[in-house]
Ligand binder design. Structure first.
Ligand SMILES: Cc1cc2nc3c(=O)[nH]c(=O)nc-3n(C[C@H](O)[C@H](O)[C@H](O)COP(=O)(O)OP(=O)(O)OC[C@H]3O[C@@H](n4cnc5c(N)ncnc54)[C@H](O)[C@@H]3O)c2cc1C
Ligand code: SF4
Length: 809
């Protein structure tokens, strides 16, 4: 019998989810053909924010690899949009000239970003935030330009702004309303969000209407209706979306604001259906994935029906939103603004910086806003969905996090089996627990594969992790994720395999461990290079091609393509002769900016790439690793020789430490400081390793971070002598090198594993401690000075610095 032919137009989130649901019900009944306008296989659009924020690579967000299409017998045509549908003959036509007949046609063409029709909107540097291409444009722009403006202070605009900050751009957000996320938050929560994001470095311009985009060919700024203006070299427009309905309209399919569908997702034309952001159901167009997935499920059950069974219908969805910006917990659902028939419970805690509002109508929860602590979100959502009667409920059972001692109790444990854990994919606690028990699942990743929970925005991952721990009774490691999208192996697996199989090259690891992609990606190559050097420090030859551009070129690339050089000044100490040399070099190479850095060094900014070797030669000083995954600087206070309060020689110890650990490869950058008394003028409390002098002793603090994830260092130990300080640093840093995953800061590592486990490893077991120190000495013995190597080698100079373009990762 001939297979029925399904053609899907739109290789995005809603369309492919519908196909996944169909395959679950009927694996072989249909022959499926998919057309996608973008060049990629189906990817998780929601996680574009994570790509921009640097938490994931493009490869990591692919939902279904090309092999998935092949394995399921699906014909996929990417980069080939459908341009015409003949609904009478039931045939679609693609731009490249393909012609495909169908029995069932699924439209899932999504939306286009809405671009305000402002004068200048067509200029270079004005973009939207919708697809991988936009993400790549922003990442490229950040390499050359400094100032970004985001028009739109909604969910998407704020996620884009956070990403641009992470790309080291200055970010201004322009919003027309008087508070942020005004479609999801009331003004109290909106103001708290603004304060939080300002602390992260964003600048806001509220009640501002943009009237013009300035610049000749490329954007240079914005003009507002009050005649004020703002400079910008990149403008991201995030003001809304427009359903992508042009194709449907010209094919005679009924379109209102979007393609009109009934409760079965049918359009007015037989055998043509629509799901996703391009569909309008009962007058509503949804712009979030949870409703789109519900639509997909309904449509799949219709297409797979035998015609005899009773089938579900789609009656609409309750929408909810979570902001995916670290440090800003925001949840909003349903009707969040008070009306005449509603009452609300509000808790505004200035000390905890939390705001909670639950809106109630006819004894049912109809909306909620949570800021600062969103742990009650799943429960509230479930109550909204099931229309639970709350008339007999106490405030504590509505908002368990507010109950006396509530923080200590597990909210996940208190959930009912029918309560939804993953809102995007509609997965309940009961379903997850069953899957863990029945299929013996042991990792969050397996739960994701098996149930779809946490496969979309990832907001429910903490709950899923907790549920796994509760169900299995085991501690769950949250880092059991693959190293990157090129492999299914975790960091730990890869290190173990390198050790056990004696692997020696980056390519060899990829081959032996069955990497999906031949050349790896910018995430796995540097990690493998690091792990190989860690496991075999004496044998492994570093692979410069597996390093980021700064590390390859041994200088820090700046936003205009020039480089900066930071001459190494051990402990922050210099002398007149070094200063003279630095001044001469600054004159000779017309260095546009000479600046003292936060790490007490002098930065020469704006040096052309081809001048770098001569600059290093003329300086005759090693350069600081102001960019590397290695020891950056050891900051020191003036200490006992000059300060009235100092009891210890902070400068002497700082210099010794900096000389000893200079050039050491570490999972991430390492910053240190030595202060000679608890006044802490060298800021030892926010360093990876901070030393503080007290009367006759040194205190050693670890895991501090002064960056985005601000964290105070914790006291590791107190020792008497400088030798003990060095031994302790060696043991601690070597343990960090061996245990942390690549790109994990000490602060994140310590939060993950707990300081006690580190203390145990480096103090309680004398033999282990000695072995750690010995391995550190071996690693340090391999250090070479890359700058003098380049200065002395014409070959290296030509290879690295002559007339080649630099592509930064
Ligand atoms: C940065 C960002 C963050 C987001 N965060 C969240 C979030 O946290 N939570 C949430 O629920 N939602 C979020 N969303 C929204 C969510 O991604 C969308 O609701 C969802 O992707 C819509 O799915 P869709 O299949 O309808 O459209 P899409 O995923 O856009 O897929 C439509 C596809 O159809 C293709 N297409 C269009 N026309 C044609 C044609 N003629 N021929 C062939 N192909 C065509 C398009 O190229 C596109 O790939 C976010 C969106 C963005 C951009
Ligand atoms: S940390 Fe103490 S010793 Fe050092 S400069 Fe400050 S006050 Fe003086």
């Amino acid at each position: 019998m001939r297979q029925e032919r399904i053609v899907l137009i739109g290789n995005g989130m809603a369309g492919i989810r519908t196909i996944e649901e169909i395959l679950k019900l009927e694996k072989n009944r249909f022959h499926i053909t998919v057309f996608g306008e973008e060049q990629h296989p189906n990817y998780n659009r929601i996680l574009l924010s994570s790509v921009l924020q640097g938490d994931a690579g493009v490869d990591d967000i692919v939902l279904n690899e090309y092999s998935w299409y092949e394995d399921n017998g699906i014909d996929l045509f990417t980069g080939d949009p459908i341009i015409k549908i003949d609904t009478k003959k039931q045939v679609v036509y693609s731009r490249s000239g393909l012609k495909k007949p169908y029995d069932h046609l699924l439209l899932a063409t999504g939306s286009n970003p809405f671009m305000l029709p402002l004068p200048g909107v067509e200029k270079e540097g004005v973009i939207a935030f919708r697809n991988i291409g936009d993400c790549e444009t922003m990442m490229e722009a950040a390499e050359t330009y400094k100032k970004a403006a985001v028009i739109g202070g909604g969910l998407l605009g704020l996620e884009a702004a956070r990403g641009l900050l992470n790309l080291n751009m200055d970010v201004d957000v322009i919003h027309i309303a008087d508070h942020l996320m005004d479609r999801q938050l009331d003004s109290d929560a909106g103001k708290m969000l603004k304060a939080e994001l300002e602390q992260q470095g964003m600048r806001f311009h509220l009640n501002k209407q943009t009237v013009k985009i300035n610049g000749r060919k490329r954007v240079t700024g914005l003009t507002f209706s009050d005649q004020s203006s703002l400079k910008a070299d990149l403008v991201v427009m995030a003001v809304g979306i427009q359903p992508n309905v042009g194709l449907a309209k010209q094919s005679g399919i009924k379109v209102d604001r979007a393609i009109v569908v009934n409760d079965c997702m049918e359009t007015n034309v037989s055998n043509v259906y629509a799901v996703g952001e391009c569909a309008e159901h009962r007058g509503i167009v949804y712009g979030l994935v949870a409703p789109l997935y519900e639509q997909g499920k309904i449509l799949a059950s219709r297409l797979c029906s035998t015609g005899k069974e009773e089938l579900p219908v789609y009656e609409g969805s309750i929408v909810y939103t979570k902001l995916k910006v670290s440090g800003a917990e925001v949840f909003s659902a349903g009707q969040f603004i008070d009306g005449e028939e509603t009452k609300s419970i509000r808790i505004h805690d200035d000390f905890e910086n939390t705001f909670k509002k639950v809106v109630i109508r006819d004894n049912c929860v109809v909306g909620a806003v949570l800021f600062g602590d969103t742990s009650d979100s799943s429960r509230l959502l479930s109550m909204m969905r099931s229309k639970t009667d709350i008339s007999q409920m106490s405030k504590a059972s509505l908002l368990p996090s507010e109950a006396e001692g509530g923080q200590g109790e597990s909210l996940v444990a208190a959930m009912e089996d029918g309560d939804t854990v993953c809102g995007c994919n509609g997965v309940t606690k009961g379903e997850i627990v069953c899957a863990i028990k029945d299929q013996g699942l042991t990792t969050v990743n397996e739960i994701k594969q098996c149930t779809n929970a946490s496969r979309s925005c990832g907001g429910c991952k903490p709950e899923v992790t907790e549920l796994l721990a509760l169900t299995t009774g085991e501690e769950v490691s949250t880092v059991a994720e693959p190293l990157c999208g090129c492999t299914t192996h975790t960091h730990e697996d890869v290190v173990a395999a390198i050790k056990e199989m004696g692997l020696s090259y980056v390519r060899e690891v990829m081959n032996v461990l069955g990497w999906h992609s031949e050349a790896g990606c910018s995430k796995c190559r540097p990690a493998l290079n690091y792990y190989l050097g860690l496991v075999s420090p004496l044998q492994y030859k570093d692979d410069p091609n597996s390093r980021f551009v700064n590390e390859r070129l041994h200088a820090n690339i700046q936003n205009d393509g020039t480089f900066s050089v930071v001459p190494r000044m051990y402990g922050g100490v210099t002398n007149p002769s070094q200063l003279r040399k630095i001044a001469d070099v600054a004159d000779k190479y017309n260095v546009p900016l000479v600046k003292v850095t936060g790490g007490q060094r002098i930065d020469l900014l704006g040096i052309e790439k081809e001048h770098l070797p001569n600059v290093w030669k003329d300086l005759g000083m090693r350069s600081g690793y102001a960019y590397g995954k290695t020891l950056r600087t050891v900051k020191t206070c003036v200490g006992k020789d000059f300060c009235r309060f100092g009891t210890q020689d902070s400068i002497g110890l700082g210099i010794t430490i900096e000389k000893k650990y200079e050039g050491l490869n570490t999972p991430h950058k390492v910053k240190m400081a030595v202060s000679a008394c608890p006044r802490n003028c060298a800021e030892s409390g926010i360093k990876d390793v901070g030393i503080v002098g007290v009367e006759g002793a040194w205190e050693i603090y670890v895991g501090g971070n002064g960056g985005v994830d601000l964290r105070s260092a914790e006291l590791l130990c107190k020792v008497q002598t400088s030798e003990e300080v060095l031994e302790t640093i060696s043991a601690f840093l070597q343990y960090y090198r061996e245990q942390a995953t690549y790109l994990e800061r000490t602060s994140h590592w310590i939060t993950r594993v707990g300081l006690d486990s580190i203390k145990q490893a480096i103090f309680d077991d004398g033999i282990g401690r000695d072995a750690l120190i010995e391995r550190m000495e071996i690693a340090l013995s391999m250090h070479e000075d890359p700058w003098s190597e380049i200065v002395d080698s014409d070959e290296k100079k030509t290879e690295l610095f002559k007339n080649k373009s630099v592509i930064a990762h």
